[in-house]
Ligand binder design. Structure first.
Ligand code: GDP
Ligand code: MG
Length: 436
């Protein structure tokens, strides 16, 4: 009937947020201004604007999102595209894993090496450092002072002025460590000499990862610097330093966009713990000088979190069940009520649970969390990798006992088994509904 049809049409119209070209242009102008003020390269800003405008006008905004929020969300996504996703850490997949640091003098290489070393030590690895900087007066002494309190072995020789020879000897010395980090010079008589040295060092060190250090305060020059270094070797990742001041890091962003390597960490001060895993959301909010992006992203994250829980439920039901999934499940179960109680609602399930499953206390969860923080991404995804030597390393890194690691693994295995049986059932009833 006509009345009903009309009502439906009206309803549809009301539900559509109309994206007004003027609004989009205005928001984009604001964003351009913010990015340019933050030292982002102009060409990059213009390219970005084009993509953003196209997307903003063509993509339907989500329900309940204003046109302005819609545009900001797209801006955010496009910027994340440039800087890389969160949680990329150094993945030590062979021994010794070789990391070669590069960057101009004063960018913060040496300081950052001591920060990264400390970070990896906390994960239970035993790193060593090789000093090949033959240009900075007292380069070796600076590293010695930084590493001595951490008990990290250092190879260097202030008398030896041959960087390549130092690299060779250092690597020979530290063959048995988990990883070796090679510090380099950031200066030479000529820029070309420096870049040649980096190329030669690269061929001698055969790094598993080259990390470029960029000073977050240098603005537009960052792009050229990064480009020059990237011609000598394959830059694997980037660390931006000195983001504790007023610099917004737009120059560094342009550098990142130019060479396409992800940012892994940022430096936020001179002390050894002024070091954080890179957080794109925070970085981009800072870049845009916008507090209000935060709440928007938070809202998106809440939704993502719900999705993640569902993902791990799916994983669980299909039999692929990682330590990460287990942890997510614990947290979800805690929210829903004691596990035993929930499971008892499903006929036949209660008895199948591991005996102590309902006793995953907050305290245990906390302990498991600390242990899992000392594991690598790879180990969390694939716990079967965790054999004796890794158990020791994880225990050492987390300040717990080998037995604690074993307990967690044992718990994981029983839970996984129980979950597998669980997945074979066609689930109806309250649990089935809850999980779908
Ligand atoms: P390198 O020449 O690349 O090895 O640079 P250094 O590690 O010697 O650092 C140069 C200067 O920058 C030192 O004074 C450091 O203390 C300082 N520095 C390094 N990282 C940071 C940071 O994240 N924040 C601040 N404020 N200073 C830093
Ligand atoms: Mg140095």
């Amino acid at each position: 009937n006509l009345g009903k049809n009309l009502t439906n049409t009206m309803k549809k119209l009301a539900g559509m947020s109309i994206i007004d070209k003027e609004v989009v242009k205005e928001v984009i102008k604001d964003i351009q201004r913010a990015l340019i003020q933050s030292d982002v390269n102009i060409k990059l800003v213009l390219n970005l604007s084009k993509t953003i405008e196209e997307r903003a006008l063509n993509e339907e905004p989500q329900k309940g999102v204003t046109p302005k929020e819609h545009v900001i969300k797209i801006v955010y996504e496009e910027l994340v595209n440039l800087v890389g996703e969160k949680a990329q850490e150094v993945e030590i997949d062979k021994k010794p894993y070789r990391i070669l640091f590069m960057g101009l003098q004063g960018s913060g290489k040496t300081t950052t090496i001591s920060k990264l070393t400390r970070y990896l030590q906390k994960k239970g690895f035993n790193p060593a450092i090789v000093c090949t900087d033959t240009w900075r007066p007292a380069a070796y002494e600076q590293l010695r002072q930084l590493t001595e309190p951490m008990n990290v072995p250092l190879y260097g020789d202030p008398e030896n002025k041959d960087a390549l020879d130092l690299a060779r000897k250092g690597l020979e010395e530290f063959k048995k460590r988990d990883l070796v980090i090679v510090d380099t010079a950031g200066r030479h008589k000529e820029e070309k000499d420096l870049l040649d040295e980096m190329e030669s060092l690269s061929s001698i060190v055969k790094p598993d990862e080259v990390i470029l250090v960029i000073d977050g305060t240098i603005g537009q020059q960052a792009k050229e610097q990064a480009l020059a270094f990237s011609k000598t070797t394959n830059i694997g990742s980037i660390i931006i330093t000195k983001l504790d001041g007023s610099a917004k890091g737009g120059g560094a962003l342009s550098a990142v966009a130019e060479i396409g390597a992800p940012i892994k960490f940022i430096g936020t001060g001179e002390r050894v713990d002024d070091f954080e895993a890179f957080d794109p959301e925070r970085f981009i909010s800072r870049l845009l000088g916008m507090g209000d992006i935060k709440s928007l992203i938070e809202r998106a994250e809440e939704i993502a979190e719900e999705d993640m829980d569902m993902d791990s439920v799916d994983a669980m039901l299909s039999g692929k069940f990682t330590l990460k999934d287990m942890y997510a499940q614990f947290e979800m179960m805690n929210k829903m009520g004691p596990m035993q109680q929930v499971m008892n609602m499903i006929p036949g399930m209660g008895a199948k649970l591991p005996k102590n499953a309902s006793k995953v206390t907050e305290e245990k969860l906390g302990k498991y969390k600390v242990l899992m923080d000392s594991m690598t991404e790879q180990e969390l995804e694939n716990p079967s990798l965790i054999k004796q030597s890794r158990i020791k390393r994880i225990a050492r890194g987390s300040g717990m006992k080998n037995e604690d690691v074993k307990e967690l693994l044992k718990y994981y295995n029983t839970t996984k088994k129980a979950m597998k049986g669980f997945g074979k059932r066609k689930m109806g009833g309250p649990m089935g509904q809850m999980m779908r």
